[in-house]
Design a protein around this ligand. Sequence first.
Ligand SMILES: [Cu+2]
Length: 164
Amino acid sequence: MALSRLSMLVVIAIIFLPSIAIAKEFVVGDDKGWTIGVDYQAWAANKVFVVGDKLVFKYAVGDHNVFKVNGTAFQSCTVPPPSEALSTGSDTIELATPGRKWYICGFAGHCNAGQKLVITVLPNTLAPTLPPSPAPAPSPVPPHVPHFGRWVPKKLLKGFPLVH
Ligand SMILES: [Cu+2]
């Protein structure tokens, strides 16, 4: 029935839409964007990053770029190969996994001048608050299966003298 299928979709949408709506997009450095002279640790300090959120690095193309690095490269400002650079001027990075994430600018001297960002991404805590899923499906093998295969109705056997 078309109506009940529609109401199912509405229920599904009500369950899943909030988690989509809550995912945030952070413009790194806010109005200042991704540049030199911004304290990105101060910028990140009062923010909570959750899996599913996005970082947007905004800068003038050719003035900066973005590299995702590990903690060691972050500390030493070691720039990865240029092929790993994000350089569109509006680079969106989805925070797909929890944990520490490090980003630096690859232009000479920029990372050392402080154009580096480290954040901690928290697991998406929405998942456990979703309505509990229905009781687990019964195990694939039912506990008792009558053996119909070998069962022959008595009525059919009545004709055979051996049965009587
Ligand atoms: Cu830069």
